[in-house]
Design a binder for this molecule. Structure first.
Ligand code: SF4
Ligand code: SF4
Length: 338
């Protein structure tokens, strides 16, 4: 049996279905990011420098002598959970991929695989899940899935309900081929996106995308805040409506790492200090370093403005004098909705 097949078999015993691609740079992806930066489609246009984009799209930037990439995913769709809201204690919705930390679970399994490869083949490895390299093009080139028009990878068996991770290695492995699939004439995600953030097939304006905005501290324009609904973190509306996800059945959770569930108590979050918040939700993405706590509080205020539970007016009012201008303005917006 060849090395690639042996690695796939071992991955399977860890509950991972893997595919392989070469470690060649993703030149088209780098061009795409640069074009989107020029069009102002990122939340912070100064965030991307040319060198960062090139590194992001070049697997050798995380491992010298990289030859192959082992590409993996974890399916995260779990059964729906009840909304726990009662008058005076409304809850906000957490996007499906954030209800547990599947990235950590995937990374844990990939590390086990990498340890075995190191031992058996003395190979060098870099293990990642959730960056800092271009994961979607890796998943696409290795045949894990194909790009939907919402710019998310769709796997033929598990839909888009997957998180991605990979091992970059200097082992020479047999590459898999990419899938010859696409969305055809469908444009449901484009038509249903509440903010019109999918400005053309495969192109997202992140300044309009709730998914991106939920972790970014800024004032949310009125037209977006009105359709924000009760979200506290993330958005999956474009995935919820996708016909490729329609027949995918949820499964029991594959991990309990960082479990926060589908709903978070909004008033409690608004009265917590940052230290309490980060320790209570430790291990989940919502407390990741790059997620602004002010953005989370702003999300909670927007959700309260949309839920319109009169018992929450006093807590919203407290933010009218907050030292943070974004929270002050959002509290004003929330009160104007009653
Ligand atoms: S995540 Fe939400 S806001 Fe962003 S493109 Fe999808 S539906 Fe639109
Ligand atoms: S909703 Fe339709 S267009 Fe959008 S990703 Fe799914 S199949 Fe593609």
């Amino acid at each position: 049996m060849n090395i690639t097949q042996r690695i796939k078999d071992f991955a399977k015993s860890l509950g991972l279905e893997i595919r392989v691609t070469s470690a060649e740079p993703f030149i088209k992806e780098a061009e795409k990011i640069k074009k989107q930066r020029e069009r102002g489609l990122f939340l912070d246009n100064n965030h991307w420098q040319d060198r960062d984009i090139e590194n992001f799209c070049n697997p050798a930037s995380v491992l010298n002598g990289a030859k192959s990439i082992i590409s993996a995913f974890l399916f995260y769709l779990t059964p729906d959970e009840p909304n726990l809201s009662i008058p005076g204690r409304p809850y906000g919705l957490v996007a499906r991929y954030t209800r547990r930390n599947y990235y950590k679970e995937l990374k844990k399994r990939l590390k086990k695989l990498a340890e075995r490869l190191k031992k058996e083949y003395r190979a060098n490895m870099a293990v990642h899940a959730c960056g800092p390299i271009a994961e979607k093009p890796i998943a696409q080139r290795s045949g894990i899935g194909y790009y939907g028009k919402h710019s998310i990878i769709i796997n033929p068996e598990f839909g888009s309900w997957i998180v991605l991770g990979e091992i970059i290695t200097d082992l020479e492995l047999e590459p898999d081929t990419s899938l010859n699939l696409n969305c055809g004439d469908c444009r449901r995600c484009i038509d249903v996106c509440p903010t019109g953030a999918i400005i053309e097939p495969y192109v997202i304006d992140r300044k309009k995308c709730i998914q991106n905005l939920t972790h970014h501290p800024c004032i949310i324009p009125d037209d977006i805040a009105r359709v924000w609904a009760d979200r506290i973190y993330g958005c999956t509306t474009c995935q919820d409506v996708c016909p490729m996800n329609e027949k995918i059945k949820p499964e029991e959770p594959k991990t309990e790492i960082g479990t926060v569930g589908a709903y978070l108590p909004l008033v409690e979050i608004l009265t917590m200090d940052e230290k309490t918040y980060r320790s209570r939700y430790a291990n989940n993405q919502i407390s990741a370093r790059w997620v602004s706590f002010d953005a989370i509080k702003r999300n909670a205020l927007i959700a309260l403005g949309n839920i319109k539970d009169k018992k929450t007016i006093p807590i919203i009012k407290k933010f009218l004098n907050n030292s943070n201008y974004i929270l002050q303005e959002t509290a004003r917006w929330a009160l104007s909705q009653f």
